[in-house]
Design a protein around this ligand. Structure first.
Ligand code: 6PG
Length: 249
């Protein structure tokens, strides 16, 4: 493992995808312990995507699941596709199969997103109400927001050029994505940037160029660059392949 400090952001570089998810699983346990000791709960917005899936599968193993106080852990989705939970594209479906179905987390601690092809706006409003009720305040403050990164610099379902990038007064929205000719559901930057911890999990050489560009470009031209938690801590957990374009990576 090596730790870089780039633009005041801690970048933890692991040798390969396996050691990457193991390091983040260890950190997840540490953050859960700290949060629960501090305020009695650990609230997390999980990311979709194939890279986070490997983390969830590891957290579901006894080596990690037995270290986690699931009755005080509350799991949300940071974004969702507009499909049914049993659809192969569903982020909630992926999280349920990889993690939720394998650990002793109380059902009331799980907040599933319900993608709806028919009415994405209503689906987003329904989830926004769940978030508002849980956080009992206007702006949710997650203990951890876990994010992936797309090759185009998107994160959650905040895609380049999409309307949600500029939303300041909503916490969870339907966001039309031109390249998919469909909507996604996503938390907005005000929520992400209000979190106590935000962690990007990025793996593979296919992400090396975008990771380099994000850290080297002076302008905020990628959605991921708008992740700037005001009072929280931003960290990147990447493997060497994804960090290849970083000096010291
Ligand atoms: C989604 C994710 C998305 C994802 C990135 C990285 O719904 O697809 O939330 O933001 O995290 O696209 O995905 P991979 O890890 O599969 O490359």
């Amino acid at each position: 493992m090596s730790v870089l400090e780039i633009n005041k952001t801690r970048v933890v570089v692991l040798d390969n995808p396996e050691t990457l998810v193991r390091a983040l699983a260890d950190y997840f346990v540490e953050l859960a312990d700290t949060s629960i000791k501090d305020h009695g709960r650990f609230s997390v917005a999980l990311s979709g995507g194939s890279t986070p899936k490997a983390l969830y599968q590891l957290l579901a193993t006894p080596e990690f699941s037995e270290k986690l106080d699931w009755k005080h852990i509350y799991l949300f989705l940071g974004d969702e596709r507009c499909v049914a939970p049993d659809d192969a594209e569903s982020n909630f479906g992926m999280v349920k199969a990889a993690l939720l179905s394998k650990v002793s987390i109380p059902a009331e601690n799980i907040f599933p997103t319900v993608g709806q092809e028919s009415d994405p706006t209503q689906a987003a409003k329904d989830y926004e109400q769940k978030l508002g009720a849980f956080f009992n305040e206007s702006m949710p403050r997650f203990d951890l927001v876990l994010l992936g990164l797309g090759p185009d610099g998107h994160t959650a379902s905040l895609f380049p050029g999409s309307a949600a990038l500029t939303i300041k007064d909503q916490i969870f929205v339907a966001n039309y994505v031109e390249k998919f000719k469909s909507s996604r559901l996503t938390i907005t930057f005000p929520v992400i940037n209000n979190a106590s911890h935000v962690v990007f999990l990025v793996s593979g050489e296919s992400k090396a160029e975008i990771v380099r560009d994000i850290f080297q470009s002076a302008t905020n031209k990628y959605p991921a660059q708008l992740v700037q938690p005001a009072g929280g801590k931003l960290e990147w957990y990447v493997d060497r392949a994804a960090a290849a374009g970083l000096s010291g990576g």
